[in-house]
Design a protein around this ligand. Structure first.
Ligand SMILES: C[S@@+](CC[C@H](N)C(=O)[O-])C[C@H]1O[C@@H](n2cnc3c(N)ncnc32)[C@H](O)[C@@H]1O
Length: 226
C-alpha cells in the first residue's frame, strides 16, 4: 500500500533526475543541487584544477559545480552544458555575477555533441549524470575531443557497484538493492574498474578511480588524461 502510494512521487523524482523539466523539474533541480553539494566538493578535490585553467562541466544541472569551479579558477573560465532548458535557467541564475564578468557561461547542449571547439578545455567534469547519457562512449569521445592534450576528465557518480562490494552488511544490502532497481529502470550501474576501462577505451591514459563505498550508494570518481 505505502509502496504504491510512494511509487508515483518516486517516478517523478527519478524522471526529473534524468532530464528535469517543468515545475517538478525546477523543484527536483533545486533539491538535487543541495543533495549533490558534498559529492561535488569531493569530486572537485580530486581534479587537479589550477587558477587560470578552463573547465567544462557536462550535465551541469543547477550549476553548483560551475560555481565552485569558478571559485577555484579566479583567472580562468568555466562552462556548463545541460540538455534541460530548466537546468540551464537555474545554472544561469546561480552564476549570474560570474556570467556578467564573462568568467562563466552556460549553454544548452548534449553530451553527445558538445558545443565547443576541439582542445578548448583543461578539464571536463561530469557529476551524477554519466549513467543517463544514451551513448556514454560517444560522450567520452566528445570529452576527449574538447580537452587539450594533457587535459583531465573526471566522471563522478553517487551510485556505483563499489557499495555492494563494501564489507558493511547494511551498505552491501542497500547497494545491491538499488543497483538491481536502477538496472531494471534502464540505468547501467558501474564499478570504478568498469568506468576506468571505458576511459581507456575512449583513449584516455593514466586512468584511475577513487571511491567512498560508504557514502550514499558508493561514490566513485574516475579520472584520466588526454
Ligand atoms: C542528476 S542531475 C545532476 C546535475 C548536476 N551535475 C548535479 O550534480 O547536481 C543530471 C543532469 O544531467 C543532465 N543530463 C542528462 N543527460 C544529459 C546529456 N546527454 N547531455 C547533457 N545533459 C544531460 C540532466 O538534464 C540533469 O540536469
Amino acid at each position: 500500500m505505502i509502496g504504491t502510494l510512494l511509487k508515483k512521487p518516486l517516478e517523478v523524482v527519478e524522471t526529473n533526475f534524468r532530464q528535469p523539466s517543468g515545475p517538478a523539474g525546477q523543484l527536483v533541480g533545486h533539491l538535487m543541487t543541495l543533495q549533490h553539494r558534498s559529492l561535488t566538493v569531493w569530486a572537485i578535490e580530486h581534479m587537479d584544477v589550477r587558477r587560470s585553467q578552463r573547465v567544462l562541466d557536462v550535465g551541469c544541472g543547477g550549476g553548483m559545480a560551475v560555481k565552485l569551479l569558478a571559485e577555484r579558477t579566479p583567472r580562468g573560465f568555466v562552462a556548463g552544458v545541460d540538455y534541460s532548458m530548466d537546468m540551464v535557467t537555474q545554472a544561469v541564475r546561480r552564476n549570474a555575477d560570474a556570467i556578467a564578468r564573462r568568467r562563466v557561461e552556460i549553454r544548452h547542449g548534449d553530451s553527445a555533441e558538445l558545443p565547443y571547439e576541439d582542445a578548448s578545455f583543461d578539464h571536463v567534469s561530469a557529476i551524477e549524470t554519466f549513467y543517463f547519457w544514451p551513448d556514454p562512449m560517444r560522450g567520452l569521445a566528445e570529452a576527449h575531443r574538447v580537452l587539450r592534450p594533457g587535459g583531465q576528465v573526471a566522471i563522478t557518480l553517487e551510485m556505483s557497484r563499489e557499495a555492494a562490494a563494501d564489507p558493511s552488511l547494511v551498505q552491501r544490502y542497500f547497494g545491491k538493492h538499488f543497483t538491481e532497481r536502477s538496472e531494471r529502470d534502464g540505468l547501467h550501474i558501474l564499478s570504478g574498474a568498469e568506468l576506468t576501462g571505458m576511459l581507456s577505451e575512449a583513449g584516455f591514459h593514466d586512468v584511475r578511480f577513487v571511491c567512498e563505498p560508504r557514502r550514499s550508494l558508493g561514490w566513485v570518481c574516475a579520472l584520466g588524461r588526454k
